[in-house]
Design a protein around this ligand. Structure first.
Ligand code: V47
Ligand code: SF4
Length: 374
């Protein structure tokens, strides 16, 4: 296999990739230092094709944010509000019911649900959320509550983490989204999100989620104050936990949007940086099956290109996104099934609709005149 590398420092990484040798932290740092984005993209694409061939995945999902009232005050967040502040909201169980019924005719397979840390809500509310979703849509997978929310729920329920996870699972929780990890670094934690759990607790909770038989995703919020070294440490921490539990499904790099946050002076990430993070994630996280290019954060067009830089998944239809749009995202708030399918096919990949666990729902080979589903 011939690779075009313009940075000769990447030759040793190429040799490792071709002979299936795990990259180390120094390799990752070198990749971050290098400007050879085509070279590293090519290597990441090689790894991605070995795993998934020409398939590129998406899911028909609906996002639900049950509250944006939050006492955690992360500096990077534009979504949260204090109780009573303009723009604050908390959905009642009936509001949730209505949001689900509004879309009941669409073949949604996943509900992605997260919210702020709102001290007004009792543990029973969270169980009611899960039960209501299952009552209205018995066949969807509920991917809900980050490790941060699960930590908080165990406090208010007065239960051990194990019992909290077990109770949520019995009420319908099937998978946990990757948020709340931010950057797994004490320095970044202390500066940006000191009231939220730190990396040790995040990893501990995720390990418990996995040992309870639930899978989860992992994210990394990049493009603020974190250094390359801290990003690399983040990858190494995730990779070692995955070696132990094999419970992670996908990794999702999240590009920081600063508008309306306490860090609004930080400029948007560049396409160069976004693609680089996707490629390095694919090369470093050799025990993660999937790397998602989250189109909401990097935009539809760049997400399409990211499929050739190591990503194999675009996430989904979403329908109503709040967290990134309140921070200035200019992407659409949701995509139709047809549009996301077209994004993938027109980039030269075979679009595969999947469920939350990457079981294939519909697979359409690109061929002249093949009808678009949906
Ligand atoms: O944890 C908050 C991030 C995350 C901003 O698991 C911001 O499939 C950018 O975790 N700019 C929540 N990011 C979103 C999330 C997620 C999204 C899509 C799919 C999955 C999955 C998980 O959003 C938070 C935080 O890291 N975030 N504010 C901001 N201003
Ligand atoms: Fe609250 Fe989450 Fe926003 Fe932090 S990122 S302030 S925990 S809603």
């Amino acid at each position: 296999m011939d690779f075009i590398l313009t940075d000769n420092r990447l030759l040793s990484i190429k040799d490792k990739v071709l002979s299936n040798v795990r990259l180390d932290a120094d390799d990752a740092l070198l990749l971050y230092k290098s400007n050879d984005i085509i070279g590293m993209g090519h290597l990441a694409d090689f790894v991605r094709r070995k795993r998934h061939g020409k398939k590129a995945y998406f899911v028909y999902n609906q996002h639900l944010n049950y509250t944006n009232v939050c006492i955690t005050h992360c500096r990077f967040c534009a979504f949260s509000r204090n109780k009573g502040q303009a723009g604050a909201f908390t959905l009642t169980i009936n509001d949730v019911r209505k949001k689900l019924l509004d879309r009941i005719d669409e073949p949604i397979t996943e509900i992605h649900m997260v919210g702020g840390i709102n001290p007004e809500l009792p543990f029973g509310y969270y169980l009611d959320l899960l039960k209501t979703i299952k009552e209205i849509r018995p066949n969807v997978t509920i991917k809900a509550f980050t490790a941060v929310e699960i930590d908080y729920l165990s406090n208010i329920a007065g239960l051990s983490l194990e019992d909290t996870i077990h109770t949520l699972k019995n009420a319908g929780l099937e998978m946990v989204p990757g948020g709340g990890a931010e950057v797994l670094s004490s320095r970044v934690h202390d500066k940006l999100f000191p009231r939220k759990i730190g990396h040790e607790r995040w990893l501990e909770i995720v390990a418990k989620i996995h040992s309870a038989g639930l899978t989860s995703n992992a994210t990394m919020l990049y493009g603020h104050i974190e250094t390359s070294k801290e990003r690399v440490k983040h990858f190494m921490r995730l990779r070692s936990l995955q070696d132990e539990t094999n419970g992670f499904t996908a990794f999702i790099p999240l590009a920081f949007h600063s508008q309306n946050t306490l860090m609004s002076d930080i400029p948007s990430t560049t396409a160069f940086e976004d693609l680089k993070n996707i490629a390095i994630a694919r090369l470093m996280l050799d025990n993660f099956d999937h790397i998602k290019a989250y189109w909401v954060m990097i935009g539809e067009k760049l997400a399409q290109a990211a499929l050739s830089f190591g990503a194999d998944d675009l996430d989904g239809t979403i329908i109503e996104e709040k967290i990134t749009h309140m921070a200035g995202a200019t992407s659409a708030k949701g995509l139709t099934h047809k549009k996301i399918w077209h994004m993938i096919q027109s980039a030269g990949w075979d679009a595969v609709e999947r469920d939350s666990f990457y079981n294939e729902i519909k697979s359409v080979k690109k061929s002249k005149g093949s009808p678009e589903p949906g």
